[in-house]
Design a binder for this molecule. Structure first.
Ligand code: SF4
Length: 360
């Protein structure tokens, strides 16, 4: 039984210079062909798997770029009994209209993830974003008027030239939008992006990045938005069930170009090329590639790496043969054990990436 479904919509109005996802600009004709192909892939998956999603996530890309009409067409593949508990749509503030918001609501979307990133006009410009700071607040108001009461804001810190005061101002502006959930990630310089070449010049001092991370935790906690994963914060009860499923190692199915799936110990990725994806689906051929069998050791390693990032921690028994690494973490004050589970200390959270490397 597959309980978690991801749909990748690969279109963006323009491609941000730091983004390493499979995204591109696409005209209406290509979007139409994509929706047809995706519906075909979805229908085929239903004959292959018992697909009863409790969580659905439309990401990308910019799913909110699709017209209300195309979105409604795609939504026809959703289970008719609407038994999901969470249906998230990634939304770019520059793409929202009342008509679209109504179509999303009618289809059963009940959670919006808004790519705010920053409230500083200079930072938004540098990131190549199309929206301005005011657009985010206005979009939140519009969405609430249309009945959405579960809104996430995506934010980015450690941006080139960003000061601590600048990040404080972004946090304050974000909180003024009354989000239910915040995802705050430090900028990463991904290979094959224009930003990658600038990393030497642009990367902030580690201490400044750590200070920004600490400010994030403090400001959000003061507003009742609490961390449940190192980079994810929610009002009680507003944690993302879909993301929790990923981090807990639960099976999920991904549809669309470049989407990953993990089912019954096998992981694969759909072909990361939209025209090829459309062509293959239309011809009834498989779009899956890069199959990887996940052995027990890999699954355990992933459970430890993701679990340590989460508030719920990792069962002590999961560490098995990794006892020496665990002892080292405890000795360095980076992890603690309590009631049979292991957690990162606040200091450990600041260096979570290096901690994860101990288990690779
Ligand atoms: S809007 Fe999001 S998905 Fe699209 S290019 Fe920018 S960062 Fe990537």
């Amino acid at each position: 039984m597959i309980r978690h479904l991801y749909v990748h919509v690969p279109f963006c109005a323009r491609v941000c210079p730091y983004c390493a996802f499979h995204v591109h600009r696409g005209g209406v004709e290509e979007q139409r062909a994509f929706v047809m192909a995706l519906r075909q892939e979805w229908r085929a998956a239903r004959t292959e798997f018992a697909l009863e999603p409790d969580t659905i996530y439309f990401g990308g890309g910019t799913p909110s770029l699709l017209s209300a009409e195309l979105f409604a067409e795609l939504a026809e593949e959703l289970p008719k009994d609407r038994s999901w508990s969470e249906f998230t749509l990634e939304v770019n503030p520059a793409t929202v209209t009342e008509e679209k918001a109504r179509a999303w609501r009618a289809a059963g979307v009940n959670r919006i993830s808004l790519g705010a990133q920053s409230f500083d006009p200079a930072m938004l410009e540098l990131l190549g974003r199309q929206h301005g700071p005011r657009d985010v607040a206005e979009t939140c108001d519009l969405l609430r008027t249309q009945g959405f009461d579960n809104i996430n804001l995506d934010l980015m810190f450690a941006l080139p030239g960003q000061s601590l005061a600048g990040w404080d101002a972004t946090l304050a502006a974000a909180l003024a939008c009354r989000p239910d959930h915040v995802s705050a990630y430090a900028l990463t310089y991904e290979e094959d992006t224009p930003f990658f070449e600038k990393r030497g010049l642009w990367r902030l001092e580690e201490e400044l990045e750590i200070a920004m991370f600490e400010r994030t935790r403090t400001a959000l906690a003061a507003a009742g938005i609490l961390p449940y994963e190192i980079s994810n914060f929610a009002s009680p009860g507003r944690e993302s069930r879909h993301n929790l499923a990923y981090w807990r190692g639960t099976d999920y199915l991904g549809l669309g170009p470049s989407a990953c799936s993990t089912i019954a110990g096998v992981r694969w990725r759909n072909v990361p090329n939209t025209p090829l994806y459309i062509e293959r689906v239309t011809r009834g051929e498989s779009v899956r590639q890069e199959h990887e069998a996940l052995d027990a050791a890999t699954r355990t390693r992933e459970r430890i790496m993701f679990g340590l990032r989460m508030r719920e921690g990792v069962a002590r028994g999961d560490f098995g043969g990794a006892d020496p690494q665990l002892a080292r973490l405890a000795q360095d004050g980076l992890a603690i054990e309590s009631a049979g589970r292991v957690f990162l200390t606040p200091r450990g959270q600041l260096v979570a990436d290096s901690v994860a490397e101990l288990f690779v």
